[in-house]
Design a protein around this ligand. Sequence first.
Ligand SMILES: [Zn+2]
Length: 444
Amino acid sequence: MIETKGLLIFPKWLVTSPLEHPKEGYGIRVLNDKIDAIAPANELRSCFSHDEIIERPEQVLLPGFVDAHTHLYGILAHGIPLTKSPSGFMPFLEEFWWPLVENQLDSEMINAATNWNCAQMIRSGITSFYDCTEAPYALPGVLVKQAEIVEKWGIRGILSFEATERVSQMNGELGLSENIAMIEFGKGKGSLVNGLMCFHTTFTCSEAFIKRAFALAAEIGVLTHMHCSEGHYEPHAMLERNGLRPIEYYDRIGVLGPGMLASQCVQIDQNEINLLASRSARVTHMPLSNCEVGGGIAPLPELVEAGVTVGLGSDGYITDFFEVMRGAFLIHKASHCDPRVMPAGLVWHLATAGGANALGLENVGCLKPGWQADWMLVNPKLPTPIEQHNLYDQLLLYCNASDVDTVMVAGKIRKMNGEVLNANMEELQKSTQKEAHRLWKKSA
Ligand SMILES: [Zn+2]
């Protein structure tokens, strides 16, 4: 039903885009699922005197976060027992992640993790996310079950299955079909939850398979996602195999372009950065998980400088998006020995509109009339004042998920006064712990 009664939100500070200055004394009007108007608070009050009002005179209203790369199931591996630490990126996959996590997952485990994470994402102010499920033995049908859970939480999600020929060619085909089924599920009913095409890497998929994934995606009009050069292994293997680095290889086989969403891109060189920029490919950056797996430090400032569309992701490692932003803000300053790189406003941009652009989400990531009403109110309880000149730094450095007061996705409130709505956190924790325990037992 189309409603004419709107909702007015009056914060102390309004951020419409982190690339612009925060505005004081402004408000927004939400009508149905969209932002209807942005104006000085007194103008909105007099024009729309019958609307409902949320008054937050101490808080900051910002676009919701876009977690542009996560693995919802990954939460189940937090704290998993290991006999020894993997000695590098490839041993991380071969000795740990593939045999002990991905290969053991079933749909029930993934569903429990999806439920937990949807509540956690809303808690953290994430209003949109892209997820990549990697569970070759959970096929088929795992994505649509996940999609139904995400729909129930009312968060904007893009779900995909990481098709790989690592197990078998047939399993790879099942993975591609899983993505197509998910894309059809989303398209069919105009859901907040959609799909895209996804395969693993150049070292687990053949050239024919990669080309097929891109061709299927182009036919349906969706992006194709892959992990790319997360550590030294992939560029070394590709150089040995055909004398090309992975991005050069994708270019040579004719798939590098605006339809490509490459996550990680840690060990890439300047020529690959230039190629990504000139072909308008999209990249996602995961500062914290790059540290976790010992993959290295991605050339994020160089990617941004070259004009590549970049989003920020949690990788399912640490889901508080303020922590993820701090990673992107701090790590590159240290690696460049220069405190000027990756300023706070730019990191906020990557965490919001950058992610939306990378994922191809239309009218998401900024607050503008006619755009989706996806926003959060942050309640900073800091010992020093927040002013126009320091707002992005203060919030990025000193706030956390627990400071997110209210969250709206597509015009519906999903968190209010610090509480995620319809979430029994105790029950969610219990069921996630039960499934984590089952996974750990299976992989022991
Ligand atoms: Zn990943």
